[in-house]
Write a protein that binds this ligand. Structure first.
Ligand code: GZL
Length: 358
């Protein structure tokens, strides 16, 4: 910590010296803050030649999460010059805050956070800023603070809007006159849940569809099965669409519908929509069990490394970096949809796509 403090002090004083006589006090303060978040050209905090990174990961709840973790472990390896301190926070926000504070104590060079929930972050991010440790947020967003250098992820509301716009086009093609939907949400308070829920609901409200129920399945297969079982008890024969906010919930919902003799998918009575588009999810799109799967790209680590390289070179990285993602379907009946006024292709799943997926 002493090293970092001295480095930061040196940086700040150098910045202040350079700024004397040019620009206002505010400019100097702003520049100081920017300088504080930019790393000294030091190579590491432990003197072992490695850049130490503390990564507080959501947990291990889904195929998506496994791919996200592997992406970071592959990029931030010792061979690549990094010492990755990884903490699986097991979907517990309190554990995640403690992990970040431990990274501060360890005086790591950088902290990566995938925030389990969107709020409750400003205090600990202020502690990171005071310690001179740049924070990079990946995947889910933080709503109550902007004290981080960059965020790399997806637009969850766009994913929800895309699912709604596709469903509108799909029921028109299939001459289905009404939608009675059941939604299995992701983890409560997660920005992915909030965005997908809000996006789909915006289209549902616009089209006059009914959302019979919307409960959280925690992004897990067990959660999806449990919620679907309770939905079947309450709404059997009354619903024709199930929206699962990730593939693992969809796998659980399928098990529950299969057990109840409910036919779903392309040749079924229930349209099944999912998010993530992991390999196993796309396999079920190709088999016709899932009608459409809206990708959320978990492979953020290469983009995070670009941010770190910029900081190492005292450059200012982008504040927001959006990942590229695709919308996958089984049937080639809707070539594209319009989302937020922008035409977006629907991609028919092939074995080649599945073989290349995460
Ligand atoms: C979304 C990510 C979500 C995935 C789930 O970016 O945070 O969390 O959709 C995962 O599979 O559990």
């Amino acid at each position: 910590m002493k090293k970092k403090f001295l480095a930061t002090l040196l940086t700040v004083s150098m910045a202040a010296t350079m700024l004397v006589g040019c620009g206002s006090d505010d400019d100097a303060k702003e520049n100081d803050k920017q300088q504080e978040t930019q790393k000294e050209d030091s190579d590491d905090s432990k003197g072992d030649g490695l850049i130490t990174i503390g990564f507080a990961q959501v947990g291990h709840e889904s195929d998506w999460r496994t791919a996200s973790t592997k992406s970071c472990q592959d990029v931030f390896s010792k061979d690549n010059g990094y010492d990755l301190q990884f903490v699986d926070c097991d979907n517990d926000p309190a554990v995640q805050l403690e992990a970040v504070r431990n990274f501060i104590e360890q005086d790591v060079d950088y902290i990566i956070i995938d925030p389990i929930v969107a709020n409750g972050w400003d205090t600990v991010l202020t502690e990171c800023e005071d310690a001179g440790i740049p924070v990079i947020v990946i995947d889910r967003t933080i709503e109550d603070s902007d004290k981080y250098v960059s965020w790399v992820g997806s637009n969850f509301k766009t994913e929800g809007l895309a699912a709604g716009e596709w469903l509108k086009a799909y029921i028109k093609e299939k001459n289905i006159s009404e939608v009675n939907a059941l939604v299995i949400e992701g983890s409560k308070g997660a920005s992915a849940t909030i965005g997908r829920t809000d996006g789909f609901k915006e289209i549902a409200d616009r089209e006059g569809w009914k959302i019979l129920d919307s409960q959280d399945g925690d992004f897990t297969q067990d959660g999806g099965q449990e919620i679907m079982e309770s939905y079947i008890k309450s709404y059997e024969g009354k619903f024709n669409v199930v929206i699962c906010q990730n593939d693992n919930e969809a796998f659980g919902a399928m098990d529950a519908m299969k057990a109840a003799g409910i036919k779903y998918g392309v040749d079924g009575d229930v349209i099944l929509v999912s998010f993530d588009a992991c390999t196993a999810g796309l396999e079920r799109v190709m088999s016709g069990e899932i009608n459409a799967d809206f990708e959320c790209n978990p492979l953020a680590a290469p983009f995070v490394e670009e941010v770190i390289k910029k900081l190492q070179n005292n450059e200012t990285p982008e504040k927001e970096v959006y990942m590229e993602e695709h919308w996958f379907v089984k049937e080639d009946i809707i070539p594209s949809i319009e989302v937020n006024g922008e035409s977006q292709d629907m991609t028919v799943v092939t074995q080649e796509i599945i073989d290349a997926q995460y």
